[in-house]
Design a protein around this ligand. Structure first.
Ligand code: G3H
Ligand code: 13P
Ligand code: ZN
Length: 311
């Protein structure tokens, strides 16, 4: 089974009222934990790589790790560029074997976003690769860009039809109140998503796959463990699982998760090192960290995404 695009996955997900998990990968243990969970639950899967991940681990290493996972599990996997900032990085990933790219022009003007997205779509489609665009701006941190809550802006439903028609994108990320990172809402603020915007978008683009970024739940048991074993993540808060499940039943076909992977791994390593202070073999603490990722991804697939047994 080679790497695949998300076209068929999204079609089935839309019709079936579930979503595909798009998990960020940065090293071998993360790839293994995610793919072992997806394989056991027979879940379709998107693995995504950010510019930061390429800088950290190198394009070829990540590509080969994902190919190894396809070989070992037999899963149909989409390999996706997360938050491509410009045409050049999208082209580099398309030329380098990715099957899907995101061009994130959300910080540009509407016209400039259309121009750069259209250019990426033309190149990608000529190479059999699919493209995710974005309209509206999420708050939070991604790579070196930190968007404050004040500067974030919800997607304007009246723009989505024109954007999709003029760019030819295959899926669209929208901003309805999710945000990147582990601190998604201010202390005391009640987590809320603008389902009214999602409904409007769905009406304007019937059958079209929508993407939610910044969709980690910031699972409290990981935060508690991190705090218990010497960390300091007070006030970390994410998107409640029931809200994500609701979105997955609507037009949302791709749900992006990175922070929950980081939290699962960090909580496990902190706990292990606190309980085994003289361990210095990385395999001793990375094995339980990989298991923690696997368990977390399995829980997401069943409770949030609803994509188990959908191969
Ligand atoms: O949306 C951002 C993702 O969590 C990737 O984060 O740019 O630090 O790799 P990163
Ligand atoms: P989280 O920070 O909520 O995991 O979001 C990840 C993401 O959107 C990657 O593109
Ligand atoms: Zn994102």
């Amino acid at each position: 089974m080679p790497l695949v695009t998300s076209t068929e996955m999204f079609k089935k997900a839309y019709e079936g009222g579930y979503a595909i998990g798009a998990f960020n990968v940065n090293n071998m243990e993360i790839v293994q934990g995610i793919t072992e969970a997806a394989a056991e639950l027979r879940a379709p899967l998107i693995l995504q790589v950010s510019a930061g991940a390429r800088k950290y681990a190198n394009h070829t290493y990540l590509m080969k790790l994902v190919e190894a996972a396809v070989y070992e599990t037999g899963l149909p996997i989409v390999l996706h560029l997360d938050h491509g900032a410009d045409f050049e990085i999208c082209k580099s990933c398309i030329d380098g074997g990715f099957t899907s790219v995101m061009i994130d022009g959300s910080h540009h003007s509407f016209e400039d976003n259309i121009a750069v997205t259209k250019k990426v779509v033309e190149y990608a489609h000529a190479h059999g690769v699919v493209v995710e665009g974005e309209l509206g701006q999420l708050a939070g941190i991604e790579d070196d860009v930190n968007v404050s809550a004040e500067d974030a802006s919800y997607t304007r439903p009246e723009q989505v039809e024109e954007f999709v028609a003029r760019t030819g994108v295959d899926s669209l990320a929208i901003a309805i109140g999710t945000s990147h990172g582990a601190f998604k809402f201010k202390k005391g603020q009640k987590p809320q998503l603008r389902f009214d915007i999602l409904e409007e978008v769905e009406k304007k683009l019937p059958g079209f796959p929508i993407v939610l970024h910044g969709a980690s739940s910031v699972i409290p048991e990981f935060v508690e463990k991190i705090n218990k074993f010497g960390g300091k993540m007070d006030d970390a808060i994410g998107i409640p699982e029931d809200m994500l499940r609701k979105a997955a039943g609507m037009a949302v076909c791709k749900i992006n998760i990175d922070s929950d992977l980081r939290l699962a791994m960090t909580a496990s390593i902190r706990e292990h090192m606190a309980e085994h202070p003289s361990d210095f073999d990385p395999r001793q603490y990375l094995s339980p960290a990989r298991d923690a990722i696997k368990a977390m991804v399995a829980r997401k697939i069943i409770n949030v995404l609803g994509c188990d047994n959908k191969l």
